[in-house]
Design a protein around this ligand. Sequence first.
Ligand code: UD1
Length: 422
Amino acid sequence: MSEHFKVHGGARLTGEVQVVGAKNSVLKLMAASLLAEGTTTITNCPEILDVPLMGDVLRGLGCEVGVAGDTVWITTPAELKHEADYGSVYKLRASVCVLGPLLGRCRRAKVALPGGDAIGSRPLDMHQNGLRRLGARSEIEHGCVVADAENLHGAQIWLDFPSVGATENILMAAVLAQGTTVIDNAAREPEIIDLCVMLQQMGALISGAGTSTLTIDGVDALHPTEHRVIGDRIVGATWAFAAAMTRGDVTVRGVDPHHLDLVLEKLRLSGAHIEPDRDSFRVAMPERPTALDFVTLPYPGFATDLQPMAIALSAISDGTSMITENVFEARFRFIEEMVRLGADARTDGHHAVVRGVERLSSAPVWASDIRAGAGLVLAGLWADGVTEVWDVFHIDRGYPRFVENLRDLGAHIERATSPPQR
Ligand code: UD1
């Protein structure tokens, strides 16, 4: 049996929604717990499948992991295993972030090439090159990344691209290397800052978090800590787009609006009233949105994870939008599904041109990854009739209480089970 969502179009979303911790932060923070012997506690964790999957990866390395509500405890032993279980890692892209901590702690690591979303090729060359600069050998052997080092030493590292994952892996190896490491062209995402804050609480010496140059002075050992995960800006922005698309009025709580400065400015330009507050923001859209262009880039640019939401909004906006994808080339697969819903959209290389229509038209559609799935549900909210979104396990990986949150905002959506449709 397969689960799908039935989305009844037409409801205007209003009210408040609480956002919890960021998926793209918590998984890295869980990996960082490998760096210190003892019990690390992480709070404000989202209740999504990826958290227990990451727990399985850590258990396979010898940790004890407990999950209760929004809190995760990880007890890391003095002697860690250095080989991550192939089956667990394969299920979860983010699990590759155990590579850096394992190399830091054990001076060797073997991690299967990860699985995860089908959004484009996701090589690990920058991760490996960075670890090599720290003195490690790193090869791909029998489907695994294998790394080992006699000694990890500080180094100057220039990333070709501000890769989130490469920055995190190199950072987590460098905190236990001898000497000073400088990562230039580092990623600046809020989740990187969150990781740096937790590592600093554990005793790491890091400066430059949130800038393109991270400087790390290696220490001999770190100690466990307690840390609260930052709110999920991608989930928060998803609700902001949902409000804008349905001409609604939604207050999003639990997200720092500064993490969404560009996104909220875009929505303002499309006609929404935006009221940012300290840890929340309100989005109210009085009339049909005006078409805008979007260009995805590393933070503080417009997040590639929000590209499907930008296309869904453009599909019903007044005018023509151009969306340029610069990070993951296969993300435009989403457009095929949008066309089923009546979107007037086509792609040319890494550009998509979308001419807004007044109303979309319901159809069965298939989610290909977490964010594409959320984008299809948003489109279904402004389609005539009942849109069925299939393969919703993708959405469940990234959005806790997705259906419940939408229903609380007034959407007519239900989860249904029936035999797979294809
Ligand atoms: C993370 C996020 C993902 C988000 C992405 C970009 C997690 C779990 N996932 O993914 O949701 O969409 O950042 O914001 O945090 N690349 C290479 N070589 C490498 C590493 C990356 O060529 O060694 C390329 C990738 O193919 C991609 C680009 O760099 O084109 C950005 O990837 P990266 O920032 O590393 O994304 P992830 O960390 O995988």
